[in-house]
Design a protein. Structure first.
Length: 121
């Protein structure tokens, strides 16, 4: 398996564990303020990372390109920044709004790099 695929699957599992943990914490407490962060951890973190890892596993030539590893780090850092700051924003910390926006832009850059890799030869 390509290294970038392995990294993506490991990151995806960590995002899934965190997402499930947050979901359980919300269920136990009855406080669902962090629902948006929970959804983003599961979708941008777990699902998207697993899909990126699958694509790279099925396209080893593209996974071997140095840009694939750059794309991995951009996506994962963006996902962490976005979801952590979104959680804090939803808990009432209004100062996090710009950090959420920055994290979202970082994620978008990672997705655009992935799209470039998918469509390039």
């Amino acid at each position: 398996m390509p290294k970038v695929s392995d990294f993506y699957f490991k990151a995806a599992i960590l995002f899934l564990i965190i997402g499930i943990g947050l979901g359980i914490a919300m269920a136990i407490s009855g406080n669902h303020n962090a629902l948006g962060a929970h959804a983003h951890i599961n979708l941008v973190g777990w699902a998207t990372s697993a899909l990126f890892g699958t694509y790279y596993a099925l396209s080893p030539a593209k996974a071997a390109r140095p840009l694939a590893m750059v794309q991995f780090w951009i996506h994962v850092v963006g996902a962490i920044v976005m979801t952590v700051s979104l959680y804090l924003l939803l808990q009432g910390n209004a100062a996090m709004e710009m950090i959420v926006a920055a994290g979202s832009i970082i994620v978008a850059v990672g997705v655009l790099i992935f799209a470039y890799l998918v469509f390039s030869r």
